[in-house]
Design a protein around this ligand. Structure first.
Ligand code: ZN
Length: 273
């Protein structure tokens, strides 16, 4: 049976050509339940105006994207990262977003192990501010092709280990199929994540074959080789009942008429995810 749209969330960057006001208006008209807001979109609109638009919209804000980038060789740069993340927590709170997604970062001048230590330290230092602000943090493991500069957390096992070591309600995990679909331990790790109450977000798209650009050629659900219904079944078996967030960076899809694209997103979500 096709899925209804109440658990469908779309990331603002998915329909990047639309300003936030247009995205919210079109999502609402189409019956989309949620939106995750990228910082550039919120800043272009202005945070107070973003809050006003959200308050007036039936579309629920699901998360603010994205903080992180903790590891650096210099202590001053690590300090700056914590300061920047506190500011992002403030921005999430200002627009009413309950969750800040973390792309954890990596520093190629040092080992991945060192970077992971710095990620843990950085996240732990944010907990008091996150808790006081009512914003939770989601560690998003990234595909290993990004282990050089974007994230030293590359598997769900590593993200689960980190969240369980930190062991605080304010810190959980975001599962993104684009980054994790290839992992032969994915099912077990999704179930583990759910059992520890750490599954905070679920991001969907597809892996195109061939992928022409490792950042900006994500596919719409059904366009690639990810078995989305299977992964969805694991996420649901893990007890997750939150939004399914469509997060697609794609020069191809951004070049389209965005109204037609939104229709494609909705039918792909209903039929292919
Ligand atoms: Zn994601």
């Amino acid at each position: 049976m096709p899925h209804d749209l109440s658990r469908l969330c779309i990331h603002s960057i998915t329909t990047k050509p639309w300003p936030l006001a247009t995205a919210l208006e079109r999502y609402a008209a189409a019956g989309v339940g949620g939106i995750s807001i990228w910082q550039d979109a919120a800043q272009a609109t202005g945070l107070p105006e973003t809050r006003r638009l959200l308050d007036a919209s039936p579309v629920e804000v699901v998360s603010y994207v994205r903080g992180g980038f903790f590891p650096h060789s210099s202590p001053a740069a690590r300090e700056q990262a914590v300061t920047d993340n506190r500011k992002m927590i403030d921005e999430a709170a200002e627009i009413g977003a309950p969750l800040l997604v973390l792309v954890c970062g990596a520093e190629p001048a040092q080992s991945l192990t060192e970077s992971r230590e710095q990620i843990r330290e950085g996240i732990e230092r944010l907990i008091p501010h996150a808790t006081a602000s009512g914003v939770r943090l989601a560690i998003e493991p990234l595909h290993p092709m990004y282990a050089d500069t974007r994230s030293a957390i590359n598997t769900l096992n590593q993200a689960n280990d980190l969240a369980e070591t930190i062991d605080h309600d304010a810190v959980g995990v975001a599962v993104d199929v684009y980054h994790l679909w290839w992992d032969d331990r994915l099912k077990a790790q999704i179930l583990r994540c759910g059992a520890q109450n750490n599954l905070y977000a679920f991001h969907i798209c597809d892996w195109k074959v061939p992928t022409m650009d490792m950042l900006l050629d994500r596919g719409l659900m059904g366009e690639g080789c990810i078995d989305l219904p299977l992964i969805r079944s694991w996420v649901e078996a893990a007890g997750f009942d939150g939004y399914h967030e469509v997060e697609i960076f794609s020069e191809t899809h951004w070049a389209k008429d965005q109204d037609c694209y939104l229709e494609e997103i909705i039918s792909a979500y209903r039929e292919k995810s």
